[in-house]
Write a protein that binds this ligand. Sequence first.
Ligand code: NDP
Length: 447
Amino acid sequence: MGNQYYVDEIMGHVLARNPGESEFHQAVREVVESVQAVIEKNPAFARAKILERMVEPERQIMFRVPWVDDRGEVQVNRGFRVEFSSAIGPYKGGLRFHPSVYLGIIKFLGFEQIFKNALTTTPIGGGKGGSDFDPKGKSDNEVMRFCQSFMSELFRHIGPDTDVPAGDIGVGGREIGFLFGQYKRLTNTFTGVLTGKGLEWGGSLVRTEATGYGLVYFVTRMLQDRGTDWKGKKVVISGSGNVAIYATQKAQELGARVIAMSDSNGYIVDEEGIKLDTVKRIKEVERGRIREYVDEHRSAQYTEGWKGIWSVPCDIALPSATQNEIDAEAAEQLVKSKCIAVGEGANMPSTPEAIEIFLERGVAFGPAKAANAGGVATSALEMCQNSMRLNWTFDEVDRRLKQIMDAVYDQCTGAAEAYGAKDNLVVGANIAGFLKVARAMMAQGVV
Ligand code: NDP
């Protein structure tokens, strides 16, 4: 079985069966290319059609979400939940509410989630869901009515031992609260069916901070391997949502100077260092726009257009907004400005061409599956606390998160080295995640 033949054959099937889902094709291709050496070494995986089964979700649910807006007008959105793999635990993955959501986005996210979750060392399978609903500009009551309608269908497919959703773009504490309330009402059970809950009703300390903190812990290991750390480094972080905010906080704590952040309209540069309290107030409390930051800080400038952020010279880049935000041109700009490390906070923020540039030009590159696994890992810790009906302290959860990010890093570097791709954490993450899931699938028979 020739390498390229195998990749082409699998991709041929994936393209034919999932037309028009370009993000899903992109995510699958990367994994298939990474694991072909593993399949060659283990012909039993090929005979059992492990990869062919992995690319086909166990279950895909699409549903109508009707709701009434504040003007009394009926709105119709589309809801999704793709339950991709339960090989190593209940389906687990966030819900995204964003107008760009369609089946292909949810499938790319769900597919990546299988391998990410396997890397966390916790027993969780892979899934993802969401809707093309746009929470931006909606009142709290509209968001509540939407969430209640969404859950009125979703509740029959999820459960604390079946499928445990969480947040993602457009789904934060407010949305999880409304979703949880409706689930509880419909099922008459108070269980850990969602993660990212409020601290008074089953949430875990550190879950809010986890993805950003975990990202910084992961990049710390990348920097250590290059004999350096965060102190005095200039950092650019795209986005200004959950991941970006807490990555900024931890990077600043470790002595870095975060100089730029963005939203989908544009980006700010503050060479004196971003004042995070201002960003947190604008984004978390007022739900405003990042441009408002410059009204309060004379040292900062705002530029329209989100893409320009990658032209800001930096030592470390942490893309934490959305998929495919760093293309080849942006990658070239980062290399030119002598950026030494890129850690992906968002899911699939770098295009394949951009990744190739980073790897070829010696930029340390931490792929999303590994680098942003801290969020879902802490969700698994939330599930654990819910099952035990107790709460760990902030320090306890943070210690476990750090330990998990170390384990994720070690698995990636270990697998990369074992398969002759030293320093290539993309290949390392894909292989380590794949092996764990593949072995479980082999043990469980053709299901
Ligand atoms: P939030 O909704 O909290 O924030 C998203 C941020 O990214 C906002 O600043 C948003 O700007 C910006 N953004 C969104 N879409 C675009 C776009 N098309 N172009 C430019 N900017 C955009 O989401 P999160 O911080 O939770 O998620 C960010 C990324 O991290 C996503 O890729 C998500 O999948 C990933 N992730 C999140 C985890 C979590 O625990 N939350 C876990 C692992 C990964 P605006 O306000 O203008 O929309």
